[in-house]
Design a protein. Structure first.
Length: 528
């Protein structure tokens, strides 16, 4: 077994690991470019990509663009609140104005796919230039479950956190106050993208300080030396403003956003299975391909760098993220799948281990990793082609809806696409294209009278939420619907998927009006 060496007390120079010069572009950059171009080709070849939450995000961008243009929708109003989603929402609104809704979603798709491997590449150039080719792991995780399920804010947040760490690494022991202020400002900006992003930074910063303090204590322990160490001051300079902004946001959002729902922990067996969450998107086959590619990459990394492995800040922080995954709940009142958000940095950061290495020993493993990336991209493309056919039927039904009509979408597809639900938020294209009204824009746990958006959507004031049963109604939940609320809130119901139980139940209360493929439109009877 390869032994881990203790980290050296002195930081490497700004150019990278000790004794290494700035690398010139070479095979590593070529492999990275090939993998990234193939991923982008798969994403852009699909008509609908990514899935699940992506149309929901786009609907918010469109509503926000209209509000900023002076034509706010009747049901929503923009509120100046520094939430953990507002930065990407504003960027999306600007893109909608510049290139239209479909172009905005394409642009953010390209940005999310590009930034993750780019962030790893910049961090590796700063911490271990000879191992920069392992940014290919970011290409493999470009088509992780997080991205395919449309978690755009989270994916962008983690990618930008890697970019921030690349800027921080050569300055982590800086005594320059302007440098610390710039690092703190960057962390505050990441807070406005996604809350997990600055939390990732804080974990890495404090782990780095603890390792440095432990090394110093081993040489000559003194409390004053530990307290005044520059890394501690850098960590404090970032932590204090981030926590202050979080507390301010909570106070500013009080009374604007509510948090219906419960806190739920995974059972131990399910917690173990959830370790595969980043890999499992469409099917067990897709998970096996991506998981095998990652396992081979990890083995290749260890073999290529045997004798040079170190317990540095990135490796120890990755272990800390796994520990956070273990202790965190699955859901909290404001969001779901909270614990698995720690796994993406846990799987990426070990490949960013700092230090010198031999470039030649990496290349064989990198070529194998590129092959895994291409194979996984091919599997994702196959699923994307099938999903395109299904969503084309949904488009045909949405095209028949009157402008401004109110639609309740219900998914009954048997969850055949694994943990990705392409139908889930797809009806929000009715909001985008025809100013329609569709529920679940700010909440997925079911909507009651008086519910307001989640805290991370508190920059929207919703005057009234449409009735919504639950996001899993029609697949796992088949409890009776509130037809009084449905009659008051909706003109149409769209059933996506052909579950016969759902079709029989809806047909008993509403009149079927149109069918395309396995998507059925029902007309709701007006309230008596």
């Amino acid at each position: 077994m390869t032994a881990f060496a203790q980290p050296r007390p002195a930081p490497p120079p700004a150019g990278g690991a000790r004794g290494e010069a700035r690398p010139r572009p070479g095979v590593e950059e070529l492999l990275l470019a090939v993998g990234l171009v193939v991923n982008l080709a798969v994403a852009l070849a699909a008509r609908h990509f990514p899935y699940q939450d992506a149309p929901n995000h786009l609907a918010r961008y469109v509503l926000l663009e209209r509000a900023l243009a002076g034509a706010p929708p009747a049901d929503f109003q923009f509120a100046v609140v520094p939430t953990s989603y507002v930065a990407v929402d504003l960027l999306g609104a600007l893109l909608v104005r510049a290139v239209g809704p479909a172009g905005a979603l394409r642009a953010l798709t390209v940005l999310a796919l590009t930034l993750l491997p780019l962030g790893m590449y910049l961090l590796l150039r700063a911490a271990a230039p000879a191992r920069r080719g392992w940014a290919l792991v970011g290409v493999l995780f470009g088509f992780s479950w997080y991205f395919l399920a449309g978690f755009l804010n989270y994916t962008l947040g983690i990618a930008l956190a890697l970019v921030w760490l690349a800027a921080w690494w050569p300055r982590r022991a800086t005594r320059s106050r302007p440098a610390r202020l710039l690092l703190a400002a960057g962390a505050l900006g990441l807070f406005l993208v996604h809350l997990v992003a600055p939390l990732v930074l804080l974990v890495v910063l404090w782990v780095d300080w603890l390792l440095d303090a432990a090394t110093a204590a081993g040489r000559r322990w003194h409390p004053r030396t530990l307290v005044r160490r520059p890394r501690l001051l850098t960590a404090l300079a970032v932590t204090v403003p981030v926590m202050a902004l979080y507390l301010w946001t909570e106070q500013a959002g009080a009374g604007i956003g509510s948090t219906p729902g419960v806190t739920e922990f995974r059972p131990p067996v399910e917690k173990v299975r959830a370790l595969a969450a980043p890999f499992y998107a469409f099917s067990l086959t897709q998970m096996a391909v991506m998981g095998a590619g990652y396992a081979a990459a990890l083995a290749g990394f260890v073999l290529a760098n045997r004798g040079r492995l170190r317990l540095d800040a990135f490796v120890v922080a990755a272990a800390a993220f796994v520990a956070l995954f273990v202790v965190f709940p699955r859901t909290i009142p404001a969001a779901g799948d909270i614990d698995v958000r720690w796994l993406l940095p846990a799987y990426l950061l070990p490949f960013c281990m700092a230090g010198a290495a031999e470039r030649g020993r990496q290349r064989g493993a990198l070529v194998a990793l590129l092959a895994a990336c291409l194979l996984h991209a091919g599997v994702v493309h196959r699923s994307a082609v099938a999903i395109d056919r299904e969503l084309a039927a949904f488009d045909a039904v949405l095209a028949q809806l009157p402008a401004g009509s109110r639609v309740l979408p219900l998914v009954a597809d048997g969850r055949r696409h694994g943990r990705v639900s392409p139908y889930l938020h797809y009806a929000h294209w009715h909001t985008v294209a025809r100013d329609g009204r569709v529920p679940a824009l700010f909440s997925l746990v079911g909507t009651r009278e008086g519910d307001l958006p989640y805290k991370h959507f508190a920059h929207f004031r919703a005057r009234r939420q449409l009735y919504f049963p639950r996001n899993d109604w029609g697949t796992r939940d088949f409890s009776p619907l509130d037809w009084t609320r449905i009659a008051a809130d909706y003109d149409f119901i769209v059933q996506a998927g052909d579950d016969h139980r759902v079709r029989a139940y809806l047909s008993a209360h509403a009149r079927p009006a149109l069918r395309a493929g396995e998507v059925t439109l029902y007309r709701v009877a007006p309230p008596r």
